[in-house]
Design a protein around this ligand. Sequence first.
Ligand code: B12
Length: 239
Amino acid sequence: MEVIQKVKGILEPLGFEAHPFKIGWYNEVVDDIFHFPYDDDVVAFLVVSTPAMFDKAFKPYICDLDFTEGMDVIDDCISSCMTRVQEAFPEEDVEIIKSSDILHSRRPRVLVQSAAHVSGAAYFYRRGDVEEDPWEEKQKIAGVCIHPKYGGWMGLRGVIIFRSFHFPSLQSKASVDCLKTRDRKIDLLNKFNFHWRDKSYRDVIGVKERYSDEQNEFFDTPSRERGKLIELIKKNWKH
Ligand code: B12
């Protein structure tokens, strides 16, 4: 399909993946309060940043930027990349929703993990996937997505909805359960919920690529202290 190829053609060279899904598939799994008020066969894309995004999109982005204290440069870069898709379709009604977009009620505007699962981008492991789970009933156990190539070394950045593009025959792609066993699912959920800082949840499968040391250092540094790192990247960056 032309639209799908065009969206991928814009985002993939920037280190992103774009996975199409129908709004109906998403609305079917999430509670009513999270539903998008669009027809079931309206097409949207779940946008995933791969480890390559840092070099392919982020570095060029900040090299052209006058950085000032307080800017969220990663979020701004993601917005700028997703906006390129919107600009490439002036005749379409395109809505961009980032994973960081929060409503007044403090609810996220999109549940990117559910979108990742229904689009086939990454399997969303939830407590409900574990039979006779080992956790206290009252314990809140957050779910986590694992990408078949990058494990947990990726970001679920948001969705792009083509509000007037209906595609009833879009075929669904099942997300791949790379873990399979109950023990491995429990291990993953324990790592994500209780040890996420050590990043071990990202490596529960063999991965094709991880974040570079430079990228890890950047993400591990609080936003307000990133100025020096940005200067360093700018100095070393070759166009
Ligand atoms: C709020 C939030 C937090 C909060 C609360 C965490 C929580 N999960 O409750 C806090 C600040 C604590 C937090 C922390 C972290 N977070 Co956080 N967080 C979010 C955010 C913005 C919203 C999550 C949320 O509130 N969901 C609402 C609940 C109700 O949704 P839910 O539990 O998924 O329930 C739905 C599903 O179960 C679905 N459903 C029901 N049945 C079925 C059946 C099927 C088959 C399917 C598919 C779905 C489905 O319906 C339910 C809703 O009706 C998301 C981004 C986003 N916009 O989605 C990131 C996100 C979940 N966080 C993420 C990460 C990485 C983290 C941290 C590691 C910190 C970090 N940034 O490095 C820590 C981990 C700590 C932890 N244990 O959770 C990633 C996870 C990536 C991944 N691989 O899955 C996300 C997706 C951000 C991103 N852009 O990548 N986070």
